[in-house]
Every structure is written in C-alpha cells, then in structure tokens.
Design a protein around this ligand. Structure first.
Ligand SMILES: Nc1ncnc2c1ncn2[C@@H]1O[C@H](COP(=O)(O)OP(=O)(O)OP(=O)(O)O)[C@@H](O)[C@H]1O
Length: 746
C-alpha cells in the first residue's frame, strides 16, 4: 500500500504486493479503521530527482503487509486494516518503556534521512549549523531559507553551550536565535514516555502577555512544521494520542490560572511566562520552584521592558531560583532579600544552565558591566549598578565566565528599511492630522498613545469617521486584547490604538505605519514602537506627531539617539484638505461628547438605583420619581437623542461628499493640473481622496531646508598671524601693480 503526501494533502492508496510469509514470527491483528495509525514508512527517492517531475508530490510513503478486511456494523459495511505484529519488536518495546509510545519513530528516521540528503543543497547555511534535521524541515517549510544576521551570529555560539546577550534591531528574528537552540536540544533528547511526567527544561520570560503568547505561537509553529506526518488529515481518537516530543506552554495573566496550573502539573518542556503570573503560581508551588532550579535554558526576552513595567520584584524573585548556592553570598542586597530568602532555597547546583538575554536595546554600559565575570562581594560605590536594569541583569548567574555579547544594533538604532517623518501641529489639531494621514495613506497603522484616556477618546471618534480602529491597553480584558490584535492582523486597512503595552516584540505581519500620536518618553520606547513596522526587511514608515510643547522632548529624544531633530523630514499636507477634514472631525467630536453625556447620565441613574436597592433605601421621591423620569428626564433624553441623530445625519452627508485634491477636476478626468484618468486606470489612486496616489507616506515628505552652521574661525598662532599678514600685503601689492599696468595700457 502506498500513499503520497502533497501540497493539497490528498492521500492516494495503492496495494503493494509482498509475500507475508517472508516475515518471521508474524501474527496479524485488526489494527483500526484509521489510516493514520498504520505503520507507514518513507520511500527514499534518489536525490537527483529533487522535486522535478513529481508533480507536486513532496513525500512518498509505503506500508507493508496490510490487508483490507470488511466488517458489517450497525452503521453498515466498514473497512478495517489487518496489520502484522512483529513479536520480536513487541518484546523490545516491552523492555524499553520510554520508546513504547514512539508511534512512528522508525518511519520518521527514514523520512528524516531523505530530507537530510536534500537539506545540504536546499538550506546550506542552516545545514552547516548542524541543527536537528526536523528543524531543517520546519525552516524550509516556513520559507526561512537562510538565517538572519542575529541568527547567523548567535546560533553557532548557542549551540556550543555559550551564554549570550543578543542585541539586534526589531524584527530581525531574535526569537529563533534563542528558540532554535532550545528546540534543537530537546529534539536531540529521547522522546519522553507518556508514563513519566516531563521535567521543565527551558524557561522563557517575556514582559507582556501578548509577547509571551506570540513567542509560544512562533515556537509551536516551528514544531508543527517539523512534523513528518500530517496528523490533522486523519485525527487520532482521543486517548490514543502519543505524547509530543517537545511540549510548550504559556502562562500569562488575564487567563485562567487553574487551567495553567493543570497544564504545569501534566509537565512541559518549555515554559513561556510573564513575570507577574509566573510568580503568582510559583509562590505556592514548590514542585515548579524545584523544577526551575534544574532548568537547562533561561531566556529573558526584552529584559529592559520588564524593568520598566514594574515587574522588577517578581522577576528578581524568579531569577533567585536559578542562582547557584555558592553565589548566594555575592548577591547585592536590595532590602527585599530577607523576606524572600525564607521561601527560596538556593539549591541549583546544575552547572549546565545556559542563559540568553535578548533585546533590541541594551546600553553599551550595561554590556560592559555584563562582561565582568564575577561581581565583587562588597561592591565599591563606582562598581555598583547605575540603573534598575543593570542591577537586574547583574544578578543573573551566568555559568559562562564570559557571556558572549552579540551586538548588531544599527547606527542611530534605525532599521534601514524604515522611513521616518514628522508632523508639527498644535496639540488640538492632532486628531485632524491623524485623520488626514489615515485617509491619505491607507494601510495597517499602529497609533501609539501614552495614556489610556486618549485611546478611549480617539476610538469612538475614528469610528464615527468610518475608520476601523481597535483599542489595546492594559485595562482591557485579556480576551478582548487578543481579539483586537487578531482583527488588526487580519484587516489590511485597520488602525490599532495602543499604549506601550504593544511597543515591544509584537510581530504583526505587515504593519505599514507606526504613528507616535503622543511622544514616547524614552529613546528605547521610540525604537521599540518603530520596530513594529519595517520588520524582516520589509519597508515601513514611522511618524512623530509633535505639538509645540513637545518640541523639547523630541529634541532630547533625537539627541540621545545621536541624531538631529531637523533630519526628520516633515509631512506636507494640503491645507485646504485639512480644512474639510477639520469640519468632519468637529461634528464627530460633538457626537462623541453628546453620546458620552447620555451614557454618563444613564450610568449615574443606574448606579443610584442599584445602590438604593442594595441599601434597601427608598430614593428621595421628589428627586427621582418615575413620573419625573417620564416627564423632565425623558424630555431631556429625547432632545439629546434628536441632537445626536441630527449630528449623525450631518456627518453622514459630509462623509459622502468626495474629497478632491487641489488642481483636480473630478468631472473632466483628463483635464485640470492633475488629470486623474491614469490613477483611475492603474488602480493606484487613493479611494478616499480623489487626485492623489497611494505611493506610500514617504512620497509626501518634504525636506526642511537646513542652514549650514556658522563655523567660528580657528585661533591662529603668532607665526600663522604673521604669515597671514604677509600674504595680505602681497595681495595688495599685486592689486596695485595690476592697476598701474591697466592705466598704462589705456
Ligand atoms: N531566518 C528567517 N528568515 C525569514 N524570516 C524569519 C527568519 N527568522 C524569523 N523570521 C520572521 O521574522 C519575523 C520577526 O521575527 P521576531 O519576532 O523573532 O523578531 P525580533 O527580532 O524578536 O523582533 P522584536 O525585537 O520586535 O521582538 C517573524 O515573522 C519571523 O517569523
């Protein structure tokens, strides 16, 4: 019997004739009616055929000695497969319980060999790293044909068991730079038995829930892509599922802690966690604490962000479990140490812990400090860490005396495919400019605000203006946060209004624009916000919206990046267009204010009623009678509703009016200073503003003319001064001579 695995996942069957009698000590059993359960084996094909001539078939498998028998059941005639049982194999399996649930190890090896033959040609750069063949298969199927720069630098070191501090620009593939060595290690270990609970091997700590879930998804995806068989094609009955070779789990806040605890109880290999929830669970779970003491890999992803978001204490507590006993006396006391030491015994004697710290931003000072192999027992003032992050990272107990620092951060911390622009406008005009930008430059736009209130105000405003905008901030329920993130990912022209909770690590495919509606407080945040676009060598655009009061902050921000504020070109919107948009925004704001008042009133009334009921008190009958509600209040409500209705109608009319760029004739499409016929034919024309092209936001930038700086004259030495004087005298002499000659010739 043969089957082929192709891109369309179709299964074709062919009966293969082979003498059953040739098999020694062979018994037959009715295995199941599930095709997937049969002992399929890979068919090795000559390398030179590669994929040509196979018409899309990537893998071919065969199964020997399987007979199809039919059984009459209540549901009708059902085909079953009669499979031979090799007794010697059975005995071997009995004696080695670890291998017992290895459902397809034999065929996997054969298939792996097939891919391995091709891997050298298909993925030469990955192949030279010597990763597990399954990872080669996964990278190939994901289309990751070569490692990124950080992967090229970090992987060989990581695979030699070195500790690494990796700094590389946003979107450069840092997750796999630390993820592949972990997966490689685990895949090279024996497949765990279903009877024995697996022990935690790798702990990855990430600052935000979304980032932790994204890392989980990324690594799970690689594992899925590494699978040799298409498990989904024919689902295995529940209970029969073999344990995975590598199991990954995430524990983050905002989701059921009970469920996460149950998951941990079952045992996982790789745990990806946010510090807050991990510490909550660890606090009452000695088993997990003991497992963390024995881990093989510790990863801090976006370490600097963890300090910023106030997770310092939790992270510090968690990291204490990874310290070696002998190092405990070296710890820098922060005052919290005493209370924590009671519950934490520093018992980790394992010396093979490998530590990876990754971020797009880590200061040079910190990198230098990390290089110091051992901290002094009583650090002198000058040796003491200067920031919370320094402090935290210096507490890490690197087993490597010289952790390798791989710093690939670009000059000025700017990704080369990122274009930057700015809009200088009044604070009160930011809404209009934002609306203009979103209409003028369609695409997926991530708008950053520093305060949640701003998001609550902007979101309905944009919705009234027919712009699809989703909020994302820390006061939202986790489920809603993920839902909004998903919607933003799937809608190509959507807007995500986010606080800096989304600034780090989130890998959202094809974000076209990052807009700093409010200026970031630090240069690192600016870099990380920008890093949500222009990822993995794609083009991206970032725009600073700068009010007069914010100029100083922007200047300081740019200075700390070693750049001049004036280097960032300004966007050049058409003023007449802005006037039209301003009128729309004003009406939308009026609707928003009126609706907000109605909601507030309703909320207050409900709150008073509920409170009165809870306290079993009658509301003052003069103040709140049904009659009053039905008369005065109802009248007010009706008036408000009518006002909102009127405003909505007005806005609808305004939104229906086409926006036409200056110099364009919508009636005569081939005339005017900007004929639009070509845009219409090419499909490049903007659908919201007639007469402009969708050429990308950078096409609208204008360079601000910069006056060259006046250079002060360098000071001259007395000798130089004398020489200068001499030269001037000679020049004068020459001049006079020429004059005399001119007069004579006249
Ligand atoms: N070798 C590769 N070839 C092509 N794409 C890759 C490769 N490695 C990773 N990627 C893809 O690049 C994108 C960015 O990767 P990742 O999220 O790991 O970046 P990052 O450096 O961690 O970014 P950030 O600093 O913002 O967290 C992902 O979509 C990932 O799938």
């Amino acid at each position: 019997m043969m089957r082929s695995k192709d891109a369309t996942k179709k299964t074709s069957l062919k009966r293969k004739l082979k003498s059953a009698s040739s098999a020694p000590r062979k018994k037959f059993k009715i295995e199941s009616n599930n095709l997937q359960d049969l002992p399929w084996k890979s068919v090795t094909r000559p390398v030179e055929t590669v994929f040509g001539g196979d018409e899309g078939i990537l893998e071919l498998e065969e199964v020997d000695d399987v007979e199809v028998v039919y059984e009459e059941t209540d549901a009708g005639r059902v085909a079953r497969f009669k499979v031979p049982v090799d007794e010697s194999e059975e005995e071997d399996k009995q004696s080695d319980s670890d291998e017992s649930d290895d459902d397809d190890e034999g065929s996997e090896t054969a298939e792996t060999d097939t891919f391995d033959c091709l891997a050298e040609t298909l993925l030469p750069e990955w192949h030279s790293l010597g990763l597990h063949p399954k990872l080669g298969r996964a990278l190939y199927s994901k289309g990751f044909l070569t490692p990124t720069e950080i992967q090229k630098e970090a992987l060989p070191l990581a695979l030699q068991d070195r500790d690494i501090v990796g700094i590389a620009q946003t979107g450069s593939g840092k997750t796999l730079a630390y993820g592949l060595p972990i997966l490689n290690y685990l895949l090279n270990q024996k497949k765990p038995s279903s009877k024995r609970r697996r022990r935690l091997r790798a702990l990855i700590i990430a600052p935000t829930r979304e980032l932790a879930l994204q890392v989980t998804e990324h690594l799970t995806d690689i594992l899925k892509a590494s699978k040799l068989k298409n498990d989904e094609a024919e689902p295995i009955a529940p209970g029969n599922k073999p344990p995975p070779h590598v199991s990954i789990a995430a524990i983050v806040g905002g989701m059921s802690a009970q469920k996460q605890k149950r998951m941990l109880d079952r045992g996982v290999d790789i745990l990806i966690a946010t510090p807050g929830r991990l510490w909550d669970i660890l606090d009452g779970d000695d088993d997990l604490a003991n497992e963390i003491k024995q881990i093989r890999f510790l990863v801090l992803d976006e370490a600097d962000r963890m300090v910023e978001t106030g997770h310092y204490a939790e992270l510090d507590n968690i990291l204490r479990f990874t310290l070696r006993q002998s190092d405990s006396s070296d710890q820098i006391d922060d005052g919290n140490a005493e209370e924590n030491d009671e519950d934490i015994t520093l018992a980790n004697q394992e010396t093979d812990l490998q530590t990876f710290v990754f971020s797009a931003t880590l200061s040079k000072d910190l990198q230098r400090n990390l290089k110091k192999a051992r901290r002094p027992k009583n650090p002198k003032k000058k040796d003491q860490p200067t920031s919370t992050l320094d402090d935290l990272l210096l507490r890490l107990d690197f087993r490597d005396p010289e952790p390798e620092i791989v710093d690939l951060s670009p000059e000025g911390s700017t990704v080369s495919t990122l274009k930057q622009g700015r809009i200088n406008c009044l604070l009160g005009d930011k809404d209009v400019y934002l609306y203009y930008f979103l209409l003028r430059h369609p695409g997926r736009s991530l708008v950053f605000l520093s305060a949640i209130d701003g998001i609550r105000r902007l979101q309905p405003l944009l919705e009234f203006l027919n712009v699809q905008a989703f909020p994302l901030h820390s006061q939202m329920e986790q489920r809603q946060r993920l839902k909004n993130l998903d919607r933003f990912k799937t809608i190509p022209n959507a807007v995500l209004l986010a606080t800096d909770v989304a600034a780090r690590g989130l890998d959202i495919p094809a974000v076209d624009h990052v807009i700093h509606f409010q200026i970031p407080r630090t240069a690192d945040t600016y870099i990380h916000r920008n890093g949500r676009t222009a990822r993995a060598n794609r083009e991206g655009f970032s725009m600073l919206m700068c009010a007069p009061d914010e100029r100083r902050v922007v200047k300081a921000l740019m200075n700390s990046l070693g750049r001049d504020e004036q280097e960032i070109p300004e966007l050049d919107p058409e003023l007449s267009m802005l006037d039209k948009l301003k009128a729309r925004v004003q009406v939308a704001k009026q609707i928003e204010t009126a609706q907000h008042q109605v909601k507030k009133k309703k909320h207050e009334r409900n709150w008073m009623k509920e409170t009165a009921e809870a306290l079993e008190v009658d509301l003052d009958s003069d103040f709140f009678t049904d009659e009053e509600i039905s008369n005065v209040e109802a009248q007010k409500q009706r008036a408000k509703a009518a006002k909102i209705f009127g405003l909505k109608a007005q806005l609808k009319k305004m939104l229906a009016e086409p926006l036409i760029a200056r110099g364009v004739s919508a009636r005569y499409i081939t005339s005017g200073t900007r004929p639009i016929v070509e845009d219409l034919l090419s499909g490049r024309g903007n659908t919201s503003i007639i007469g402009v092209n969708n050429d990308g936001a950078h096409s609208e930038l204008k360079m601000v003319e910069r006056k060259p700086k006046q250079r002060s004259k360098p000071k001259l030495t007395p000798q130089e001064k004398a020489q200068e004087k001499k030269k001037e005298k000679e020049k004068e002499k020459d001049k006079r001579k020429r004059k005399r000659n001119d007069v004579q010739s006249d």
